[in-house]
Design a binder for this molecule. Structure first.
Ligand code: NCD
Ligand code: ZN
Length: 347
């Protein structure tokens, strides 16, 4: 297949940030995606329906003219979140999910939940309303090796939660291991998972061989090749449970290329092209549309997009950087390198 048309995708996990960074990145997501689940880990985090409403307005203001892009908002769970706030979120026409960050697990997660097994009233309310819970699935226990944190989270947290709340709608976010694939497949249809393009394309060698490559540092961290193969098999298996979530997470060049570099890879500028490359590697391009454009809406109970995107096997060069405000730069994944695919909106 060298050229074909698919339904427009949605990004079920993206960081759009705020201020000048948001202005720099929003057009990329809006160009490719009809909708996106917008992560709430701003500083301070988006914890109330009112804050989500005003963040949504700022995103709409930052969109290119005539854009039809729809931001799907989320709330950040804290230890102060109330059942009433979650009930209000479930009633809100623009809130589509609630995000659980174990405190300290990743960027701007310090206001998250220290013990996810201590929030049963909140989980009961989400199970009742059907509002999905999106989970960053890593333990923060300092005794657990960083490469084992996802697998441990499944055993210590996710399995007990699903035993207590079997009808909870739950998305395990940006999965990185065979363990996560097995867990998601072992659960009923109310449990799904997002997979990033970078976890489908790279293993931990990309981060660590021949020097430290900070633009390949993200959380959960890239894993060994056998796990990447498991993710590729899951994404291309035809299962409805797995769908596109880029976890595109922009940080400035200065914050990435630093003695203590931030976690996050910026992929939104060519998300679909990167996923196409991964599916092509295993001869499964025919399964791409389900993963990028059908399984996500199905999980969220929404109709797929009507717009179409044409994918063409034609080289494009990734820009060296994207300007942020007057003086800063954002380095996209694969900056200066070539991509094998081009995605274009069909008018
Ligand atoms: C994300 C960010 O920068 O906000 N970073 C990342 O490495 N993925 C946070 C997250 O999704 O873990
Ligand atoms: Zn993320």
């Amino acid at each position: 297949m060298n050229e074909w048309v698919i339904r427009q995708p949605d990004d079920w996990h993206v960081h759009l940030r705020d201020g000048v960074m948001m202005a720099a990145v929003v057009p990329f997501t809006a160009r490719q995606c009809g909708r996106a689940i917008v992560m709430p880990n701003l500083v301070p985090p988006v914890t109330t329906v009112a804050q989500a409403a005003s963040y949504r307005e700022r995103i709409l203001q930052a969109l290119p003219e005539a854009s039809q892009f729809e931001p799907l908002m989320t709330l950040y769970l804290t230890e102060q979140t109330t059942v009433a706030e979650l009930a209000a979120a479930a009633q809100s026409p623009f809130i589509y999910a609630v995000k659980l960050y174990p405190a300290g697990a990743t960027t701007n997660s310090d206001r998250g939940v220290r013990d996810p097994l201590s929030i049963d009233p909140l989980l009961a309310e989400l199970e009742r309303s059907g509002l999905p819970l999106l989970v960053h699935g890593e333990v923060v226990d300092g005794a657990v090796d960083i490469f084992d944190r996802e697998a441990q989270f499944i055993e210590r947290v996710l399995k007990p939660i699903m035993e207590r709340f079997p009808r909870l709608k739950l998305v395990m976010e940006h999965i990185t291991t065979q363990n996560a694939v097995d867990f998601v497949l072992s659960q009923p249809d109310n449990v799904g998972a997002t997979i990033t393009a970078h976890h489908l394309l790279y293993n931990r060698n990309a981060l660590l061989v021949g020097g430290v490559h900070p633009h390949y540092y993200c959380l959960p961290v890239l894993k060994r090749e056998s796990h990447r193969q498991a993710l590729l098999s899951a994404a291309t298996s035809g299962s409805f449970k797995f769908f596109m979530g880029t976890d595109s997470a922009p940080h400035t060049q200065a914050n990435k290329e630093s003695a203590c570099g931030c976690a996050g890879a910026f992929t939104a500028y060519a998300a679909l092209e990167l996923y196409a490359e991964a599916f092509d590697q295993v001869g499964q391009l025919a399964r791409l549309e389900a993963f990028t454009s059908l399984n996500g809406p199905r999980f969220y109970g929404l109709a797929p997009n009507e717009a179409r995107i044409k994918l063409t096997r034609a080289a494009q060069t990734v820009p060296e950087f994207i300007p942020v405000g007057d003086s800063e730069r954002l380095i996209p994944l694969r900056a200066g390198e070539t991509l094998a695919w081009q995605a274009q909106r069909v008018e």
